[in-house]
Design a protein around this ligand. Structure first.
Ligand SMILES: Nc1ncnc2c1ncn2[C@@H]1O[C@H](COP(=O)(O)OP(=O)(O)OP(=O)(O)O)[C@@H](O)[C@H]1O
Length: 246
């Protein structure tokens, strides 16, 4: 059961231009606690731009963003994290030369003692607990990211986001590079966020995945919101025609 109370995220009349290009026009959307909303649209529709606006990478040209009913200025990715928002980007943003445990704590390393030394033991223990819980199969918490497979890296990026998120997880094509079994595992992890009452906004080109995971589907075309549908009350044909406009 989920508590669908006040929206964790509310976007009101967001507009974003890059020079003369209007990437997002007049866009509004709520994501409630424990809800999974899928953002779909063709290439260039504006999906990634929207995720970057919510995660503080791009400032909107105009419009407002509210978290838990409070208007906030998402001026940087750090600020977004402070508000409990975590993102998994297509390029994963992992430090390739670093071990898994350092990646899970990147920028939020645990320290000990008056000198603030890295508490590697605790970070390794916490990493081992987390990867076991999420069934991310890696050789060890000490493994270097560059030595892992694409699926293992993806698992680490998602483990990091789900571990730190308090309000909202944003996922940009989280399973694009994965096989069937790995995709199923990632989808299970995403679905489990509902029980922690975390809101999820997911970009996916796979309508099968969108229908498996989401509560609602929001369609974007050329920066405009074409409509929002409850997943249980629509079908692929309707969503495809909303995406393509035919
Ligand atoms: N940094 C930027 N500078 C200039 N234009 C940009 C920038 N980022 C995005 N755009 C433009 O904004 C529009 C939306 O792009 P965006 O990447 O958000 O689309 P998308 O829906 O995520 O596409 P895809 O599915 O191909 O990733 C496009 O016209 C794109 O060229």
């Amino acid at each position: 059961m989920t508590t669908q109370s006040a929206p964790v995220l509310a976007l009101n009349n967001i507009r974003k231009t890059f020079g003369g290009v209007v990437a997002i026009e007049n866009f509004s959307l709520d994501v409630k606690a424990g809800e999974i909303v899928a953002l779909v649209g063709d290439n260039g529709a504006g999906k990634s731009t929207l995720i970057k606006i919510i995660s503080g990478v791009h400032a909107p040209t105009s419009g407002a963003i509210q978290i838990d009913g409070h208007e906030i200025s998402m001026s940087s990715a750090t600020k977004a994290r402070e508000h409990g928002i975590e993102v998994v980007y297509q390029d994963l943003a992992l430090a390739d030369q670093q071990p898994v445990y350092m990646n899970l704590f990147l920028g939020r390393e645990l320290t000990k003692g008056p000198m603030g030394l890295l508490d590697r033991k605790s970070m390794i223990e916490e990493t081992e607990r987390l990867v076991t819980e999420l069934d991310v199969r890696i050789p060890s918490a000490h493994a270097t990211i560059r030595d892992l497979s694409g699926g293992q890296r993806q698992g680490i990026a998602i483990a990091r986001a789900t571990h730190w998120a308090r309000k909202l997880v944003l996922l940009d094509e989280p399973t694009a590079a994965l096989g069937v079994a790995e995709t199923a595992k990632v989808e299970k992890t995403i679905a489990a966020l509902k029980s922690r009452n975390i809101g999820v906004l997911i970009i996916s080109h796979s309508l099968d995945q969108v229908f498996r995971l989401s509560d609602r589907i929001c369609v974007l075309r050329r920066g405009n919101q074409i409509g929002i549908r409850e997943t249980a009350k629509t079908d692929k044909n309707e969503i495809v025609s909303m995406i393509t406009g035919v």
